[in-house]
Write a protein that binds this ligand. Structure first.
Ligand SMILES: *Cc1c(COP(=O)(O)O)cnc(C)c1O
Length: 396
């Protein structure tokens, strides 16, 4: 195979979108797709949301980028709003999820260093976790498919089973800095943490002086019906990484921390050329304006319940294919009894429905948060029809 101009690291499918309209994507030949993938939980406001489009256009014409060497009225304003809406006291802006997690890892290590405990550098992470593709973030998962060939990786991670509290606590030693965990694993297959697991990690952090670091890159920012997923668990973290939905499609991420957890992050310890530039801040403010509108998060919760019950009603009609529904809010997954990648391709190519495959043979359903009941009905209709005519491969 000759090399392609785009480095061939993605198994790209035949859908080649050129335009988006609300909850739909339109391909090169004018074909329409119901987009229940949302760029993997990114397009929280769907495509072409007028407020987001206008905010970006206006800011691009006013001031797109300046260095972080200068004062940032735009960054200060947006960060203050995030602080007011969360557990956090301070924010570092990034351009992606992996960078937000990197900042979270650095903040956690630096906290113990600032406290005179530099040996406390190990974060306990979890099997089938996904934290991004930088060397640091692939070191924070034990998934071989992301790590193979990239060794030597970053030391300072230990791996426990997700939702196994005892196993995680057993790994705590004199080098432990804290836990790094997704409240709901996305790539791993829409696996929500149990209440007792997340609450147990919090309790262990309090007892041992450790930090609870949450990766809310996929589960956060309104997707579960709360601004942040940890609110569903009654757990307050020390540090979280956010991205995906926060920019609604504009590349933006953030690391949020309490004053205490961020105590090591002083002048010169971290940086980013683009991070938090005025254009990104304008996009972030526009998305947050919409998400914090009264009733918006309740709408997400209501649509999540509606979609879930629609899926649950459909399941028994296709017993050969569907196993169960899981997830929270509009971060839902259907566990299949056979290969989910093949079924996702079938829905996409033959029924105009976009979803995303994940671990454990799960089909991820991640619609824009602005869907209404008509989109849910259309999704269920397409899924039912797709399931009715689908023949799993004999070797699935
Ligand atoms: C997508 C994702 C990331 C990585 O985000 P990028 O923007 O691709 O770097 C990290 N953590 C979780 C949970 C994610 O879903």
């Amino acid at each position: 195979m000759p090399i392609t101009p785009l480095m061939p690291v993605y198994p790209r499918c035949g859908v080649r979108p050129v335009r988006g309209e609300g909850c739909y994507l339109i391909g090169e030949q004018g074909e329409r797709y119901l987009d229940f993938a949302s760029g993997i939980a990114v397009n929280a406001l769907g495509h072409g949301h007028p407020k987001l489009v206008k905010a970006i256009a206006d800011q691009a014409a006013t001031l797109m980028h300046v260095s972080n060497l200068y004062g940032s009225p735009q960054g200060e304003h947006f960060a203050q709003r995030l602080v007011d809406a969360s557990f956090a006291d301070t924010v570092f802006f990034t351009n992606s999820g992996a960078e937000a997690v990197e900042c979270a890892i650095k903040t956690a290590r630096r906290y113990h260093y600032a406290n005179g405990n530099p040996q406390r550098h190990t974060l306990i992470t979890f099997d089938t976790a996904f934290h991004g593709r930088t060397l640091g973030t692939i070191s924070a998962t034990n998934q071989a498919k992301m790590r193979d060939g990239f060794e030597p990786l970053l030391p300072g991670f230990a791996y426990a089973q997700f939702n196994d509290l005892e196993g995680a606590l057993a790994l705590i030693d004199e080098n432990t800095a804290g836990f790094l965990v997704e409240p709901i694993q996305g790539e791993g297959g829409i696996r929500p943490a149990t209440d007792e697991f997340l609450q147990g990690l919090r309790k262990a952090c309090d007892e041992h002086g450790l930090l609870l670091v949450l990766d809310e890159v996929q589960a956060g920012y309104g997707r579960t019906g709360k601004l942040f997923a940890h609110e569903l668990y009654g757990v307050t973290p020390d540090i979280i990484a956010v991205a995906k939905g926060i920019g609604g499609g504009f590349p933006l991420g953030a690391c949020l921390a309490t004053e205490e957890a961020a105590r090591g992050m002083v002048i010169g310890t971290h940086g980013s050329t683009y991070g938090g530039n005025p254009l990104a801040m304008a996009a972030g403010e526009a998305v947050l304006d919409v998400i914090l509108e009264p009733g918006f998060l309740d709408h997400v919760t209501a649509m999540g319940e509606r979609l879930r019950s629609g899926l649950e009603q459909m399941l028994p009609n296709h017993d050969h294919l569907f196993d169960s529904v899981r997830g929270k809010g509009l971060m839902l997954g259907i566990k299949l009894k056979s290969d989910s990648r093949r079924f996702v391709a079938h829905c996409r190519d033959n029924h105009g429905l976009l979803t995303v495959a994940a671990g454990e043979n799960v089909v991820r359903i991640l619609p824009p948060l602005v869907i209404d009941e008509s989109h849910i009905a259309e999704c269920i209709e397409k899924l039912s029809e797709a399931a009715r005519v689908y023949v799993p491969a004999s070797d699935d």
